[in-house]
Design a protein. Sequence first.
Length: 309
Amino acid sequence: MPNSIIMKHLLGIKELSPAKIGEILDTAANFKEVINRPIKKVPSLRDVTIANVFFENSTRTRLSFELAEKRLSADVINFSASGSSVKKGETLLDTVNNILAMKVDMIVMRHSSVGAPHFLAKHISANIINAGDGTHEHPTQALLDAFSVREKLGEIEGKKIVIVGDILHSRVALSNIFAFQKLGAEVMVCGPITLLPKHIRELGVKVELDIHKALQWCDVANVLRIQLERQQIKYFPSLREYTLYYGINKAMLDSLDKEIVVMHPGPINRGIELSSDVADSEHAIILDQVENGVAVRMAVLYLLAGQVS
Ligand code: CP
């Protein structure tokens, strides 16, 4: 296994060089082979203690981090804000410092506030992995997405990737844009104009409002969830109307003159952004993304653990 990465935290994809991303993906490929063996566990992180600190709900990210940590033989503790002393008014920094007082080496954190892991990185000495900060970044999701595209199509360089839907509220969108561009893909965003950030073109992405044109252009469509919980105002008249204009169904894919790959970070709003006949079709690699999440998170943990202080 390579272990040359010099990186104390994983806060976002923005800070990563293409070479570092490549190193993480190559390391993940090795771990994917390991976790498909009858004996899936390796001793790499024995005596390293990791806390998964989640201030927002999660299924895939929390469970795959926990599984990745256990496959690497780390000691693991899990914290959810609901049911914790956060409810009694304890601050983020006090909460994390109390967890670290129990001799924890690494923090995996999801938080609803943009920049929460960056703030922590300035105040604590443990390694921090951003498991999603508000509408900002979700770096391990982008890494597993890149890994999944590379696995499916052989390479990312030169591929056309469209990110569809609620770009405005999505941390997956920003991390995907950074990751795919750094790896040489062309990136487009497609959605209702109200769900596209005003200055999105400054990131070097193409913008397309017509989903049919976007699907005809792309090799891969990464379809995002409409994040109603982050929408304080109405961005479109109704979910029915959103589905009418931006929902992807099998008939739309069949009308293309090529095969495309469909991705979704989950959780899916079935029947809204994706119909079930697409989500469950041979076009979709949604469960491959979830499977790859364990190997990618093992790679990130392993590479950062080389920097445990
Ligand atoms: N993709 C993703 O972050 O899913 P969870 O919210 O379930 O972790």
